[in-house]
Design a protein around this ligand. Sequence first.
Ligand SMILES: Nc1nc2c(c(=O)[nH]1)N[C@H]1C(S)=C(S)[C@@H](COP(=O)(O)O)O[C@H]1N2
Ligand SMILES: [Mo]
Length: 544
Amino acid sequence: MAPAAGRGAGRWERRLFAAGSGVLAAVAALAVAELCAALVRPEARPVTAVGGAIIDRTPIAVKDWAIRTFGTADKLVLQIGILTLLTLFAVAVGLIALRSLRAGAVGAALFGVFGAVTAAGRPGGSAPDAVPSLVGGVAAVAVVVLLVRTLRPGRRSATDAAEPTDTAEATEAPAAAGVLSSLDRRRFLRAASVAAAASAGSGLLGNRLLSSGDAEAEAARDSLTIPRPGDPAPPLPPGADLEIDGLAPFTTPNKDFYRVDTALRVPRLDAAEWRMRIFGRGVDRELELTYRDLLDRELVERDITLTCVSNQVGGPYVGNARWIGVPLAPLLREAGVRPPSEGGPADQLVARSVEGMTLGSPVDTVMDGRDAMLAVGMNGEPLPFRNGFPVRMVVPGLYGYVSACKWLSEIELTTFDDFDVYWVERDWAARGPIKTMSRIDTPRGFATIPAGTVPVAGVAWAQHTGIDGVEVRVDGGEWREARLAPAPSEDTWRQWVWDWEAEPGSHRLEVRATDSSGETQTEERVGTVPDGATGWHSVVVTVD
Ligand SMILES: Nc1nc2c(c(=O)[nH]1)N[C@H]1C(S)=C(S)[C@@H](COP(=O)(O)O)O[C@H]1N2
Ligand SMILES: [Mo]
């Protein structure tokens, strides 16, 4: 092999190894951080913390696009994105280290500092949250320096001479930059293997500890039983569920219930340690409540449909469950709270969650007699972790973002003037009453169906107002009354069905609902921001 070609190949091998060193350094950092996070708290993982910070800073339009495009996988996509960026950064750090070990070390350290500052600065974050990233940063520096040093035996220039690279092996290495000697290569691979093995070890151990923490939390939740509610839900009226193929069931099973939140990691709280506080303006007697305190009170059980303001026309972010909880209004009364309509000084109830989320509801709405509650049960079991265990708020008639705080930690009485909650800071409306909406579940859009009688069916909702009618039309023709299934109250959705004599061809089906106040859904299409989408849902189907 010609010497020039040899030198070129050597350079590339060095670069490849240096890039690999950077990536290994990043892997080591994440692995060590994983282990530390298991000792501090899971939310202090660098990727979780950075991801959370990105979510909080993402412009509303991008967030809306991400939810539309990726649905509930949006969080996975975000984490893959972060890891991709991290990999690119790590490759750069490795290559920089090949030129200057010191600069490479600084790059690796910056990574740790960035994670640390982000983690500690998260809502609900504190100084210990910085530890995993800092220790991870130290690991990254160590790995990149140790590995890249083995690649640089011949490059001891004036600037680098100060660095203690001299070992017996190093002095034996060829002085000229060129092909890595087999000795260098072996030394590098040995060091890299050690780093990789150590990373795998601490990463796996950390992961193990974290998941055993999860398993403990799960076991603790499994061992709970929610007492029989003193005021149980009335049985569903016969026929509330039309049981039509493709139609969302009246009661959404917990496993199918939609999930919308900003938590990259679902908090797994211990109900035995959970406490909440009710305080703020107009609160004469602050309340502090444990989970036990809540279970010992008179519990109510209600069917209530929950809807997300981010739900597009025809979208999936709506579900109906049978909630068990403590009525909220009497609790507020006990604390001395009066609604503004009775001269109380606070018009906004801010619910805060353990991860620092804030949601604001109108006090008048919460105290107007509707079944606003601190929910502990969902469809006969303790709340699932993802839906807010151990305690969340539910207020019929309000979109989730202004009412349904999960992983509740405190309730503060304040005013809309004085405090902007999380979503309001991000351009959503401060008040979010649910808009009347209807959805065609079957047939699905773009389905091909045989001609003949076809049940067109779906759901319609106008929580706390009620649905009075649903109409369907085909190809812009006359509106036809659908048959409405009964519902237990005005706080749930209603199923509907209309029998269509379908003739061959391509057809467009449209639906609109009229609520119990006499309002018919507007045809005008508006997007979800700032206070919920409007428009008629339609599907196009082919009849054979
Ligand atoms: N702590 C917390 N609570 C939250 C949210 C959140 O991001 N964090 N999102 C809210 C929104 S926007 C909705 S629509 C509902 C969704 O509740 P679910 O995930 O149980 O369906 O929770 C609400 N409560
Ligand atoms: Mo939402």
